[in-house]
Design a protein around this ligand. Structure first.
Ligand SMILES: C[S@@+](CC[C@H](N)C(=O)[O-])C[C@H]1O[C@@H](n2cnc3c(N)ncnc32)[C@H](O)[C@@H]1O
Length: 400
């Protein structure tokens, strides 16, 4: 089939699916948290509102930390971000290919009296923009997975970047991890499996589900490869999702911020860090690190190989499922996991180190670790000091 036809068929599929989701009756409750279409892969039921509130709070916080004033959101859906961010900006332009989504957002914007909002029906690769339109932030949150392929994402970014002011950011939120896709599918199937379900059957189903996955997935390296094709690229930064709850959003998704040149405040960048610490070598804990950082506001360090509390069990489960040496059923695998007593560090415990600094200066970034499914990296730095001007002479001894 002609590749253009395949792309259009995929777009039609997703548009019909989203239109259908938005035409369902809206459940009672907070109208700014309309969860149409947010279904749990584990239960087939709506993702609990408390989990979505945490998700939306984390995402909005991350976007507001970029201090945007003129925002374009591509795929604004029911306005969960728009209704929270637009009141803090001069203007907010929401585009979506679902007219039902836009009708809902329009109603909420009027009811709440939010000013400076413009809405328009449009497809991400044919943005309804004038040549002179400029934004300091373009948001694509939880949208990219519904794009037909990676070339489509590249085309969308190529055209969006022309409307980003110097120093602006393209925020790609809620990206689904490609490397973690087998782990995601095994986690879902194991949660649903009866305890006597044979692991061999489950292992084949995982591989089948990975092969037939409809949604698009990317690793941070894929996003970097796409971003380097953009003109005026300054930096690409990926981070794990915020949140304490373990669910498919916090465990298997992440955000990427692509900054364009003319950025006065340089972000923490791996190449700038002077001190590298292996979490395992130091046998650290979050509280030991907090004590050690106290009174050292200028310290910059990169901590790597931190066991991810969200994923240590899920990754071990997939390993056992694939190996199947001594265990044959889902129930035996659950017992083996319980006995393994796997523990990790909550990423939120590292972000909390920001609030431990009285000056409000400390910045913590938490990112996936390349090549490792269940380890992550945390970079600790300060807001005001360019990393290259600091001389972090630090020794992490005696803090085990
Ligand atoms: C999961 S919702 C995300 C909504 C919102 N960004 C948020 O984070 O709450 C995905 C939205 O993207 C829209 N969408 C998906 N693919 C699109 C495309 N190619 N062009 C425009 N909108 C698209 C859908 O209609 C849907 O409203």
């Amino acid at each position: 089939m002609n590749p253009g036809t395949v792309v259009n068929e995929k777009l039609d599929h997703w548009r019909a699916l989203w239109d259908d989701a938005y035409e369902q009756p809206v459940s009672e409750g907070d109208p700014s948290l309309n969860l149409a279409g947010w279904t749990s892969s584990y239960t087939g039921l709506p993702i609990p509102a408390a989990e979505m509130r945490e998700w939306v709070g984390g995402t909005v916080g991350r976007i507001l930390s970029l201090a945007p004033t003129r925002v374009l959101e591509i795929g604004c859906g029911t306005g969960m971000l728009l209704l929270r961010i637009a009141p803090r900006c001069a203007s907010y332009y929401g585009v979506d290919f679902s007219s039902s989504a836009l009708a809902y957002v329009d109603q909420q914007v009027r009811a709440a009296g939010v000013e400076g909002v413009k809405l328009c029906e449009g497809q991400a690769d044919a943005l309804p923009l004038a040549a002179t339109d400029r934004f300091d932030l373009v948001v694509l949150n939880s949208v990219v997975q519904y794009f037909p392929d990676a070339d489509y994402l590249q085309r969308v970014l190529d055209s969006a970047v022309e409307h980003v002011a110097p120093g602006g950011t393209l925020f790609l939120g809620d990206l689904r991890s490609r490397s973690l896709l087998p782990c995601f599918h095994s986690s879902v199937l194991l949660r649903q499996a009866d305890s006597d379900r044979p692991l061999a059957e489950l292992a084949s189903e995982v591989e089948r589900n990975v092969a037939t996955e409809m949604e698009l997935t990317f690793d941070p390296t894929d996003i970097e490869a796409i971003a380097v094709e953009l003109p005026c690229l300054a930096s690409v930064k990926t981070q794990l999702k915020r949140g304490r709850r373990h669910n498919e959003l916090t465990c298997f998704r992440y955000d990427a911020a692509i900054r364009l040149e003319d950025d006065p405040c340089r972000p923490l960048a791996a190449e700038d860090d002077r001190k590298e610490v292996d979490w395992r070598d130091e046998a650290l804990s979050a509280s030991a690190l907090r004590r050690w950082l106290g009174g050292k506001p200028g310290v910059h360090l990169t901590l790597h190989s931190i066991p991810n509390a969200r994923l240590v069990k899920e990754v071990e489960a997939l390993r056992l499922l694939r190996r199947r040496e001594d265990i044959e059923t889902a129930g035996q695998l659950a017992t083996a996991l319980r006995q393994a007593r796997l523990r990790g560090i909550e990423p939120e415990d590292l972000w909390r180190l920001e609030s431990g600094d009285d000056e409000g200066e400390r910045v913590v970034e938490v990112d996936w670790q390349a090549g490792s499914a269940d380890r992550y990296v945390a970079r600790v730095g300060s807001r005001s000091c360019r990393l290259s001007c600091c001389t972090p002479q630090v020794e992490l001894v005696g803090h085990r």
